[in-house]
Write a protein that binds this ligand. Structure first.
Ligand code: S3P
Length: 176
């Protein structure tokens, strides 16, 4: 497997999708959204997948899609917030690219996701305390997976994309 992909990981609302799109403009590499690919393959929205198959069903779809994505590239991949929860997924990403973690404070996250209705994990839990607890539970997974970290609080998506671009080793861009 080639190591040319750039995986953006991080909690919901850390701005992975916007950063992926803008980073694509900066690097000339295509980008894709893992969640969108899962939705396309399933033929129904994420809320419906969770309702019909539970979180486990969604996670299994996520791993299958990640395998498919990892075989392609080089490309920028905006990952779902829970992708790091399976060790297998982290292994796939490590083998096929560089993993960049985006972070933000729970207050920033809430501000960004509060009107969202397409994230089953947060439906009915739009409060800082819930977000902080879940972030704490996931923190070690994110940190273990990350090759690079970019803080997104008080930064525009353009600034975040530029910061990620700065962190990419020259060899990484030249070799692929
Ligand atoms: C999830 C994050 C979502 C999506 C699903 C589960 C999570 O992606 O994959 O709702 O468990 O954190 P975003 O991080 O793009 O919102």
């Amino acid at each position: 497997m080639k190591k040319g992909n750039i995986y953006l990981i991080g909690f919901m609302g850390t701005g992975k999708s916007s950063a992926a799109r803008l980073l694509s403009g900066l690097t000339g590499r295509p980008y894709l959204e893992m969640d969108d690919e899962i939705v396309k393959a399933a033929g129904c929205p994420i809320n419906d997948i969770f309702a019909a198959e539970g979180e486990e069903g969604f996670r299994a779809r996520e791993t299958r899609m990640l395998r498919q994505i990892a075989a392609g590239g080089p490309q920028i991949v905006s990952c779902g917030g829970g992708v790091v929860l399976r060790e297998e997924n982290v292994d796939i990403m490590k083998e096929s690219g560089l993993i960049v973690l985006l972070t933000a404070a729970p207050e920033t996250i809430l501000e960004r996701v509060r009107t969202s209705t397409h994230r089953p994990i947060l439906n009915g839990h739009m409060e800082t305390g819930y977000i902080r607890d879940l972030m704490q539970k996931r923190e070690s997974y994110y940190e273990k997976a990350a090759d690079r970290v970019v803080i997104t609080d008080q930064r525009t998506s353009g600034e975040v994309a530029a910061a990620i671009r700065e962190l990419l080793p020259d060899s990484f861009m030249e070799d692929f």
